[in-house]
Design a protein around this ligand. Sequence first.
Ligand code: SF4
Length: 143
Amino acid sequence: MKTIFAKVRAVYAELEKRPVQRQCIARTQCCQFQLTGLTPELTKGEALLAWQAFRATGRKELPERTDGACPLLQPATGRCLIYADRPFGCRTHFCEAAGGMIPRQDVVDLIRRLEEIDRELGGDGPHQIVTALTAALQNHKTR
Ligand code: SF4
C-alpha cells in the first residue's frame, strides 16, 4: 500500500509544480458542498490515502455531518483534517479565490495517472468523497 500512497502523492506533487495560478488559502468554502452544489470525486488510490491520513489523526469513523459539508472539515477549527493529503479535486476545484477551476486539459495526464492507479487497485472509477471514504473504510476493515 505504501507504493500506492507514494504514487498518489507523486501526482499531487507534480500538480504543485505546474505553472498554474493557485493560491489556496484554506478558506474551505469549497468544502461546503451544500452551498457550492459541487462535491469532489475520488479515485480509489486517493480515497485510500485520504482514509489513511484520516486514521492518522486517531479517528476511526467518519463524522456525521448534517450541514452538507465535507466530513473531513473540522467544525471547531474550520480546517481540513487531511489537508496535506487532500484529494486531487480539492486541489483543482472551482474556488474563485484560489484561482478558479484548473482546465481539464492542463491536468489530464495527472488525472490519467490517478485513473491508472484506480485500475491497478481494482477500482471502478471515481466516487463522491463520502462514498469513496466509506469504501476505503470497508477496505481497511477487510484487510
Ligand atoms: S477533503 Fe479537505 S479540502 Fe477536500 S473538501 Fe474535504 S475538508 Fe475540504
